[in-house]
Design a binder for this molecule. Sequence first.
Ligand SMILES: Nc1ncnc2c1ncn2[C@@H]1O[C@H](COP(=O)(O)OP(=O)(O)OP(=O)(O)O)[C@@H](O)[C@H]1O
Ligand SMILES: [Mg+2]
Length: 235
Amino acid sequence: MLSIEDVTVRRGNKEVVRSFSLQVNPGEVTALLGANGAGKSSLVLALAGRLPVSGGAVTLDGAKINGLRPNRVRRAGLAAVPEGHKVLGSMTVHDNILAAILETHRESAIVDEVFEVFPELAGLSEQQAGAISGGQQQMLAIAQALASDPKYLLIDELSLGLAPIIVARLAPVLAEIAKGGVGVLLIEQFATVALAISRRAAVMDRGELAWLGEAVELADNPEVLHGVYLGGSVA
Ligand SMILES: Nc1ncnc2c1ncn2[C@@H]1O[C@H](COP(=O)(O)OP(=O)(O)OP(=O)(O)O)[C@@H](O)[C@H]1O
Ligand SMILES: [Mg+2]
């Protein structure tokens, strides 16, 4: 499992993530919810090696990954689609996927696998990535993360800037990816979308873990969900 133990992340002189612990199990989606500014994206950046972890530890199937550079974290099996991630707009869809592949001897097999997950992208293979729709670009961003054959996949704001119909199309794909054995951590502003495909859920409030439990339990808990949108302490 991906184990986040007592993790603290600083930005400037502020602790934006404080003694945060959470486990992401393989084979299921874990939702991470929280109000604006709660620290969700900062946590993702820290897990991906893009921000330093100033306290605690992150282990991936038992191996410590905090302190590793982003490309080493990816090689260890963790891929992230950070908030507002942009694909390489002047390159083709196909080349965007190639650029994300680590095991170069398996290039064509991996491209085929990724196109199986997103058949829609296969038809756009030679298009410039900057010219496809926002929803297709989000698919491509997820496809790039998958191209490194991750054990754990972090998605920060699946629906950002996308129409609800696109999100409805993407969510089941994440559920399928998890079914295939990947541990998915999903940050999503539309709690119902995230909870519908998640087994477990965590709520972050001002850098700290405020609630942890089964997703169905949270979906049934209006008080805690209310806090997710408004900020402030929950439960
Ligand atoms: N580049 C930055 N430099 C310094 N502080 C930052 C930076 N980006 C964010 N912060 C601060 O870190 C804290 C956590 O922000 P973060 O973006 O991680 O929250 P979030 O939960 O992802 O919010 P949102 O739901 O709006 O995406 C906030 O207080 C924010 O102001
Ligand atoms: Mg964020």
